[in-house]
Write a protein that binds this ligand. Structure first.
Ligand code: AGP
Length: 370
């Protein structure tokens, strides 16, 4: 098992290890301007009623969390748009369009901006490259400040996009008076615990993942399950596993399992489960186990990888805000730290299988063709 440290032989290992300090840096820059509303105001963008976040791949997954955050903090109608399918999307003139792209050069994203009939002055770029084509074309630019990412698989830029985008959502809701400054302060305080949570996730993953890799080494297909925001992280985990190991991986909302994917589960099928605080995944886990599936559970009691302090109440403590009448809640970033064991699982399994983790076959860091 390769240690995750500054002297790792691959960029991906180093970039995973950098995630806590990346978030620390982002928050020290952004946090003072969140609960004042200034982070949003300084962008100089017009008032909006709805939000659409667009992107591809990992940036799209980050976009889904950001879109959720606008809904959770301010009941803003929101959607995440697959950039390559944006031609079919109808937006009204009061929609803020957030184009999320690490490179800022992704052709599908740039084309989407041509195709979407957006209102004037309403495109915000969320990018890791302030000199990119996207940054030049947008009406406002927010730097996700992850620093250079060399590994083709996005890791630290995903975490940076989520944290930066959630700070933006919170700041915008303060600026429009939808959320009180004191409430925003409480959420920012919780966000400041993110680096520690990521550090903890790296430590426990280093301890637990090697044995798991041995047990799933020969598996040809994987399922990733979650509920709520956990579904998006399941999607990101499945994407990492596919691109690094060349093994099939599908993600589903856990409730969908019995509507079809359960037929895939047989003796030894690895099923990665992102636990939720409400315990509603236990029935799904039981269904998988009774078919002989190999459950890799992240975050709950008795988890294979007890990332979130080892018990689900930790999710409940993690900056939840009321989502309105139904009494549902949504953690600021959802179970963000759950992505760490999935990144490490994908990397370690890829190394065990002899893959090049920095340059997976058939893929490029920046996809400049449609
Ligand atoms: C992520 O691991 C992938 N390499 C890929 O999905 C990537 O996120 C996608 O191509 C979007 O790139 P961008 O963020 O530079 O637009």
């Amino acid at each position: 098992f390769l240690s995750l440290a500054a002297d790792d032989p691959d960029f991906m290992g180093r970039e995973i290890a950098e995630q806590p300090e990346t978030v620390e840096r982002i928050l020290s820059e952004l946090a003072p301007r969140v609960s004042t509303g200034d982070l949003w105001r300084e962008l100089g963008l017009p008032h909006f009623r709805r939000v659409a976040v667009l992107g591809c791949g990992t940036s799209l997954n980050a976009g889904r969390i950001i879109a959720h955050a606008f809904g959770a903090f301010g009941a803003i109608v929101n959607t995440a748009v697959t950039a390559s399918e944006a031609g079919a999307v109808v937006l009204d003139a009061e929609t803020l369009v957030i184009a999320a792209s690490q490179s800022g050069e992704t052709a599908d994203v740039l084309r989407a901006l041509d195709e979407l009939q957006t209102g004037r002055g309403r495109v915000l770029a969320l990018t890791n490259s302030m000199h990119s084509t996207l940054a030049r074309r947008a009406d406002g630019v927010l730097n996700c400040s992850a620093g250079p990412e060399i590994g083709v698989a996005a890791t630290k830029t995903f975490v940076a996009q989520v944290v930066t985008g959630v700070c933006l959502a919170l700041s915008a809701m303060v600026a429009r008076g939808t959320i009180l400054r004191a409430q925003a302060d409480a959420i920012v305080d919780d966000l400041r615990r993110t680096p520690d949570r990521l550090e903890n996730a790296i430590a426990v993953s280093r301890q637990w993942v090697p044995d798991i890799v041995e047990s799933v080494r020969d598996a040809q297909g994987f399922l990733f399950l979650g509920r709520g925001a956990g579904v998006v992280y399941a999607a990101e985990g499945a994407l990492k596993l596919k691109e690094l190991t060349y093994r099939w991986a599908e993600h589903y909302p856990a409730g969908e399992l019995k509507h079809g994917p359960l037929a895939l589960v047989e003796e030894g099928t690895p099923v990665v489960v992102i636990e939720s605080a409400d315990g509603r995944l236990s029935a799904n886990v039981a269904e998988v186990r009774s078919r002989g599936g190999r459950v890799i559970s992240i975050g709950g009691p008795g988890s294979s990888i007890p990332v979130v302090d080892g018990h689900p109440e930790a999710f409940a403590r993690s900056g939840r805000v009321s989502q309105g009448r139904g009494g549902n809640t949504f953690a600021a970033c959802g179970p963000l730290e759950s992505v760490v064991p999935m990144q490490i699982l994908a990397r370690e399994l890829a190394i065990a299988l002899g893959r090049d983790v920095d340059k997976p076959r058939n893929l490029a860091k920046s996809v400049t063709v449609e």
